[in-house]
Design a protein around this ligand. Sequence first.
Ligand code: ZN
Length: 150
Amino acid sequence: MSELRELYQTVILDHNKNPKNFGALEDANRSAEGYNPLCGDQLRVMIRIDDDAVADVRFEGSGCAISTASASLMTQAVKGKPLADALKLFDGFHEMLTTNATREVEASHLGKLAVFAGVREFPMRVKCATLAWHTFKNAIEDTGTVAKTE
Ligand code: ZN
């Protein structure tokens, strides 16, 4: 477990410092905003959907290290994926984070995202980690509502 914790810190610090796919997406055809009032994280996820796949995705906004790193890793994870696969990742990620922290989770299918299993030890932070994902899902479903992880 300590190995995972170390990896978790490295990955989060790294992606917070140099977030991937950060900034406006000029030719986005979907977007949504997310807000986590518990922490003050605020972000916008912009997607270009082509042929039922995530052709491109970017995010902007400001938040804590965990919300920024999670958004960064999310964009990497879903970019280029068919929408159905991207939503399956959402489900897997969400399930991992809402499983009791004392339980081992099978997260090999989540790749790099598995490091976020460490967040379960800090329940307040789960909202930070899932914010980008909820916002992404809203953007895909084009509901026009602001994702709130409260
Ligand atoms: Zn946060």
